[in-house]
Ligand binder design. Structure first.
Ligand code: LHQ
Length: 259
């Protein structure tokens, strides 16, 4: 239910159930989790691109899956969040390499929030984001209630969650929900060029940047200054720092190795 292609330091994980707009069933969750572990442990992979096959990015939970369909006996949806959605969001956030969310088409329900869990979100102009949950009597999960107010403020977060309207990619960029919206014709080339840039960058620094930016919300000023000091100290010993400064002094492009 997925494809994982690794080339020149870039791993591309493609959600691959296009006939169901790449919505998640248990098999796809398991394959995604395995792929993320491979990407995490492979030193040669320096960036992850998460995208969808066909016209959609991801429509969230496959609502036709028997494991989540409403039934006469009580059904614990929390189980699927504990087993799959929560760990997936955490795995993307804690991956010590940049993750590009390449939103090729509609991102709905948990699919929208999984996109927002990526570090750099690039969306095609024809793509859209929809917090579809309330349309089926649920609430945003996969950290939607955490990401949305941080990214777009509480007023817009509330409107998105309650009204469940489709937010076009262009508006998502204007609101600061995502990094960039690009024309469909330029989408693949833009994703590839950003991926190449990140794959040839200082991977250790990127990992520390992710960690620091995602910790900031939870830290005091003083704790955040301490975290920056500790991480900067570590980066100061890296080969990439040495190379970066040498290249700057010699007025040449740096050759980062990610070490
Ligand atoms: C789908 C789906 C889908 C199955 C499109 N499932 N087939 C967590 C924990 C536990 C339980 C519950 O949930 C969660 C988290 C969640 O993610 S809940 C939210 C689940 N997602 C949604 O509610 C979104 C449902 N989909 C839609 O609203 C629309 O499909 C969107 C707005 C994404 C796209 O609309 P269209 O472009 O008009 O496409 P479409 O609706 O015609 O969909 C194409 C096909 O894909 C269609 O099948 P068909 O056989 O008619 O061609 C849909 O039934 C199927 N599909 N999403 N989530």
């Amino acid at each position: 239910h997925i494809r994982l292609d690794v080339e020149a330091g870039v791993a591309t994980l493609t959600l691959n159930r296009p006939e169901r707009l790449n919505s998640f069933n248990v098999e796809m969750h398991e394959e995604v989790a395995d792929a993320l572990a491979v990407v995490r442990d492979d030193d040669a992979t320096r960036v992850l691109v998460l995208t969808g096959a066909g016209r959609g990015f991801c429509a969230g939970q496959d609502l036709s899956d028997r494991a989540v369909a409403p039934s006469d006996t009580p059904r614990d949806l929390g189980e699927s969040i504990d087993l799959y959605y929560g760990p997936l969001v955490k795995a993307l956030r804690s991956l010590p390499k940049p993750v590009i969310g390449a939103v090729n088409g509609v991102a709905a329900g948990a699919g929208a929030n999984i996109a927002l869990a990526c570090d750099v979100v690039i969306a095609a102009r024809s793509a859209s984001f929809i917090q579809a949950f309330s349309k089926i009597g649920l609430m945003p999960d996969s950290a939607g209630t955490f990401f949305l107010p941080q990214l777009v403020g509480p007023a817009r977060a509330m409107g998105l969650a309650l009204l469940a309207e489709k937010l076009p990619a262009e508006q998502a960029e204007a609101w600061g929900l995502i990094w960039r919206c690009v024309d469909d014709a330029d989408f693949a080339a833009t994703v590839e060029s950003v991926a190449r840039q990140l794959a040839s960058g200082p991977t250790l620094a990127y990992a520390r940047i992710k960690e620091a930016i995602y910790s900031a919300k939870l830290n005091t000023l003083s704790a955040q200054l301490d975290l920056e000091r500790d991480s900067q100290r570590e980066l100061g010993y890296s080969a990439d720092y040495r190379e970066g400064v040498a290249a700057f002094m010699a007025k040449r492009a740096p050759q980062f190795t990610g070490k």
